[in-house]
Design a protein around this ligand. Structure first.
Ligand code: KG4
Ligand code: ZN
Length: 336
């Protein structure tokens, strides 16, 4: 009956983040130090720089999360930390900080899967949402269609065979001169463009209804840019952005709806950085409404990397009795 407070830490890529979450659904603080500006000059995340910056920032971010929540360590029931997948050096910083605090204070330690965190972000603002539902997880490193059977119980029914959706956004953005991070920039440019201007391919994957492939689309965009250059034609950046984005969205929507139909669930959710894409959210919301399926999505700030989502996932692990020992390690390719 008493409140359960989770202190959560996330450092798998280029945000150093900490949060305090109450009873699994209430975010008392959500501190994110984004390193994006630091990596922009290199056109992408530089792992070594990310690790070093995490070390500099992690304690400060944790202290701020506790103080903004009005909490002290003595109020905390468990420390949840992302231990994979992600960049190994980056993950190690969060994992080491969590282990050190846990060891010094005796507060239980819980390792959380990053993707489980992304999915759990949906529970923050949708208090009524409970499994089972289907979730499309699209981020810089992952494109998964997941059946969320119950808390902590997942079945991946679709995955990418090559590039992740966010990776395709980032690579295409770089090619058309929009820079890093590509997703939000393509999202914005696409609003001024015509999605029907260029017909890019919608890839089907042999042998799987739900798997994704985005590298062919990326190559098609690069070929298109090359042929324009050869012919001396000017490129319309907004049209390329809109047409590329439409090709990604069409495939994501088609696979998602096929899964919703096959499994017969009346709830569908999205998660991950690409889930903050305005056109993707709009398309999925519309198609779900047509079918009488409830559509759930986290606010954009809970789509991209944050620690609140790790605190939510950590809470459901906590009440199921999951605890980790001090042998917890960073696992860069951790499976869901
Ligand atoms: O979940 P996330 O913050 O980190 C990973 O776990 O990978 O996702 C980052 C990815 C990047 O590829 C970024 O370009 C993409 O999400 N992204 C977007 C948008 N905002 C971020 N992609 C499309 N549209 C957006 N508005
Ligand atoms: Zn992520």
């Amino acid at each position: 009956d008493r409140d359960v407070l989770i202190l959560a830490i996330e450092s798998s890529c280029d945000e150093t983040a900490a949060s305090v979450v109450k009873n699994g659904r209430e975010v008392l603080s959500d501190v994110i130090y984004s390193q994006i500006a630091l990596h922009t000059v290199y056109g992408g995340v530089v792992p070594e720089i990310a690790s070093r910056k995490h070390i500099e920032k992690v304690n400060q971010v944790i202290e701020q999360a506790l103080s903004e929540a009005g909490a002290e360590l003595t109020n905390i029931d468990a420390i949840a930390v992302t231990y994979g997948p992600g960049l190994v050096g980056a993950l190690l910083v969060g994992v080491s900080a969590a282990k050190a605090i846990s060891f010094a204070s005796g507060i239980p330690l819980i390792g959380v899967h990053h993707i489980e965190g992304h999915i759990s972000a949906n529970f923050i603002e949708n208090k009524e949402l409970e499994p089972p539902f289907i979730c499309l997880v699209v981020s810089g490193g992952h494109s998964h269609l997941v059946v969320v059977k119950s808390y902590g119980e997942y079945e991946i029914i679709g995955r990418t065979r090559d590039d992740a959706a966010g990776e395709a956004f980032d690579k295409v953005a770089r090619a058309i001169g929009l820079g890093y991070p590509g997703g939000p920039k393509i999202d914005k440019a696409a609003r001024e463009g015509n999605p029907e201007a260029i017909r890019f391919p919608r890839a089907k994957v042999e042998g799987s209804e739900y798997d994704f492939s985005f590298s062919g689309l990326k190559s098609a965009v690069l070929n298109y840019l090359n042929s324009c250059e050869m012919k001396g034609e000017e490129i319309n950046v907004s049209d390329v952005a809109a047409s590329f984005q439409k090709a990604v969205i069409d495939v994501l929507v088609e696979h998602s709806l096929a899964a919703v139909k096959e499994y017969g669930y009346d709830k569908f959710a999205i998660a991950g950085g690409v889930a903050s894409n305005s056109a993707l959210r709009g398309a999925l919301e519309k198609e779900c409404a047509k079918r009488g399926v409830a559509f759930y999505s986290p606010s954009p700030i809970f789509c991209t990397d944050n620690a609140a989502m790790i605190g939510v996932a950590g809470y459901y692990d906590y009440i199921r009795g999951i605890r980790h020992g001090y042998d917890l390690n960073a696992v860069p390719n951790l499976k869901l």
